[in-house]
Design a binder for this molecule. Structure first.
Ligand code: BDP
Length: 705
């Protein structure tokens, strides 16, 4: 009897370990490779994929081909339940689309060969992931034969990771890079990171924060950087670092970092040589200079081009690039912050070396939930511009709120700059179609960390995925991206795919509605940026306050950026300026970005502005409540662990949405002096409750670095 009980205990114990080991914890991201659920489809795939040949010009097995083979073998084993042979061969004809392109063809016969042809081994790797994706998303057999080529050359993640492993604006744990243990200890997770990046076509990673620490450029750290680069290399992911402009002083012992000083130039040249000895394919430097207190060339009376060219000259012999950020706004400048980057950078067009990019945030303020496109796009025809998008949700609810960002990024990418006539969209400016500058780049500020599921919110991995897919091909629709990701991450069951994609696709607009609707911006809490703070009026400098941006008074609300105000509209081409600059033509989503509008001004709906503002906040809250119901109905269709996690987060999001609505409406009501329109719920507490509320220790807040 006792023996039986022990035996039973033993088995229950095993069962527990087994189910724990199998629980969906999100670690596999979209690379899950579980058996194809539809039996008919599975046998059709099994028949179509007899063996796979990776065909490249030299036909040999490089580390990249080995990675592609390993992925295919493991992936097809999981999906089809059988071992598929993967071999190498010489490619018969070049594949169109360049170095990274691939073309998949299906063979005939009883055990047909699927050929993944490429001009370089990395193309075969991308092709391998594409083939797996088609199977994972249950495409018809004929659609396994896809081909692809990227539209943008450098597709990069920017990690805002400190050497302490604190991630600035990151809420998914610590930095993946375990600097203290490197280079000896190589966490297997580094490989999984590279796999995830390669699977969506990312080919570069900036390991360190733009608020840079020169220590990473010391020998002690370069060997660690090299160890990471060695892991990433087979996956086609090149390493870049942030360069602190004052490094020659801080780690080089020089008295100055003046870019025109020959000793400084020599120091960077030697430093670049040292870096390339460790990392022969090092990508280059990303630099934040003379911005928010970071050192830069202006400390020596020089300009941004002097600074960028100094580093560009050091990297050029090795093929490296400088990515110089345009996120600048002066401490002294009294001008509208939205105008400063344009004012400072446009005169420098044509003065940068050929291996310099200027990296421009999607909008002119700072990753707000919605911004009109940055006027620099299309205004520097002689300089390659790299858009900087933010994957981490600094102003969009961090890792606690659902906000699928593909629609937001598409909105920017599809905006027409008119710089070379109609159709000169931001996307065509940055992919080189408009100015044909040769090189092209795009960056996304990463949302990954050491959380088991990588991104904290289980649905936030969709943003990492979406960034990669858009960086590869900005013409892919948000709908297609949401559909793919949902199928790969959860299920091909249409009763899962439809509601989950609907939630994803509506989520960005929902967050805008309950936080900063109708063009309101920068009205979040100070410092950590989580939750509302329209009352912030003292933050060290005017353009860090909220009142600077919303300008609410008894007459109305909004920032007049027309000719009667700051004239930021004047930085756009006339075709754009006349739309943004005219309150009747300006899209309502940007209305208060460009105009100060009376509270009683009727909008398109016929309702006064005040009512529209209030209803937008309420619509946002209502949408989150509807998702809670939608998600609850997915119980049993989505694995229990991730289902419970998302359900809990949606509960939090609903509470946070109400907090935004109530705090903002009570505050703006002190100016509008109007009642809430019908349908808008009254706040639970008086204004002071919201105004005095303090959140402590918010992850990612630089105060915690
Ligand atoms: C802001 C962030 C800050 C970053 C800065 C930047 O609040 O943490 O350092 O942008 O991009 O959005 O440099």
């Amino acid at each position: 009897m006792k023996a039986l009980r022990i035996l039973l205990l033993f088995f229950t114990g095993c069962g527990l370990t087994l189910s724990l080991a199998r629980a969906e914890d999100g670690y596999r991201l979209w690379l899950r490779y579980d058996p194809v659920a539809d039996e008919t489809l599975r046998s059709a795939y099994t028949q179509a994929v007899g063996r796979v040949v990776l065909a490249t010009p030299d036909g040999t097995e490089s580390p990249t081909i080995a990675a592609a083979r390993a992925e295919l073998v493991a992936g097809l084993r999981g999906l089809l339940g059988r071992e598929v042979a993967v071999e190498c061969a010489k490619v018969s004809a070049p594949v169109s689309g360049g170095d990274e392109a691939y073309a998949i063809t299906l063979g005939q016969g009883s055990a047909p060969t699927v050929v993944i042809a490429a001009n370089r081994d990395v193309g075969a790797l991308y092709g391998a992931f594409a083939l797996l994706r088609q199977v994972q998303t249950a495409r018809p057999v004929g659609e396994l034969a896809v081909s692809g080529a990227p539209r943008i050359k450098r597709r990069m993640l920017n990690h805002w990771d400190n050497l302490t492993r604190f991630v600035e604006r990151g809420q998914a744990g610590f930095s993946l890079w375990n600097w203290f243990e490197l280079p000896e200890v190589i966490d297997p997770r580094y490989t999984d990171y590279a796999r995830a990046c390669a699977s969506i076509g990312l080919n570069g990673t900036v390991l360190t924060n733009v608020n840079a620490n020169a220590t990473v450029l010391t020998e002690q750290y370069l060997v660690k950087v090299a160890a990471l680069a060695d892991v990433f290399r087979p996956y086609g992911v090149r390493v870049y670092l942030t360069a602190r402009f004052s490094a020659p002083k801080e780690i080089g012992g020089l008295p100055t970092a003046d870019p025109l000083d020959p000793a400084v130039q020599a120091w960077w040249k030697t430093k670049a040589e040292e870096i390339y000895r460790h990392v022969p394919d090092f990508g280059g430097f990303l630099v934040k200079a003379n911005s928010e207190g970071q050192p830069g060339p202006q400390d020596y009376g020089r300009n941004h081009a002097d600074g960028a060219n100094l580093l560009a000259d050091a990297l050029a012999p090795h093929g490296g690039v400088v990515i110089w950020r345009a996120f600048v706004y002066s401490h002294e400048a009294p001008d509208d912050r939205a105008k400063q980057a344009y004012t400072e950078f446009t005169p420098l067009d044509g003065t940068f070396r050929a291996n310099v990019f200027v990296q421009v945030k999607n909008g002119a303020i700072d990753f707000m939930p919605r911004e009109p496109f940055h006027p620099l796009f299309g205004a520097m025809p002689r300089t390659p511009l790299a858009p900087e998008l933010q994957i981490t949700q600094e102003y969009l609810g961090g890792a606690l709120q659902l906000a699928f960002l593909a629609p937001m990024w598409k909105e920017t990418l599809e905006s027409d700059t008119f710089c070379a006539g109609a159709g000169s969209t931001v996307a065509r400016v940055i992919d080189g179609s408009v100015d044909r500058l040769g090189d092209s780049a795009i960056a996304g500020v990463s949302n990954v960390g050491t959380d088991r599921n990588w991104t904290g919110h289980p649905l936030a991995a969709a943003n990492w995925y979406a960034f990669g897919r858009l960086a590869w091909d900005h013409t892919v629709t948000s709908e297609a991206i949401a559909d793919e990701w949902t199928r790969m991450t959860f299920s091909n069951d249409p009763t899962v795919v439809a509601p989950v994609t609907a939630m994803l696709l509506a989520s960005h607009e929902t967050v805008v509605n309950y936080s900063m609707p109708l063009g309101l911006h920068h009205i979040m809490a100070e410092g950590h940026h989580y939750g509302p703070g329209p009352w912030v009026d003292d933050a060290g400098r005017a353009d860090w306050t909220s009142v600077y941006y919303h300008r609410a008074n008894e007459d109305g609300v909004g920032f007049d950026r027309t000719a009667t105000g700051s004239n930021a509209v004047g930085q756009y081409r006339p075709e754009v300026a006349k739309v943004f600059g005219d309150p009747k033509r300006c899209p309502e989503k940007f209305l208060l970005w460009f105009h100060h509008v009376p509270w009683d001004q009727p909008l398109a709906s016929g309702r006064p502005l005040w009512d529209e503002i209030a209803l937008h906040y309420q619509t946002g809250v209502d949408a989150v409540r509807a998702w809670e119901k939608t998600w609850a109905a997915l119980a049993g269709k989505v694995d229990a662990a991730r289902h419970a996690h998302v359900a809990a987060l949606l509960k939090r999001q609903e509470a946070d949405a109400r907090f935004w609505r109530d705090g903002c409406l009570l505050y703006f009501q002190t100016f509008s002096k109007r009642p809430l329109p019908a349908g808008v719920e009254p706040a639970e507490h008086p204004l002071d409750h919201y105004r005095n509320f303090r959140l402590h220790y918010v992850p990612g807040d630089p105060a915690m670095r």
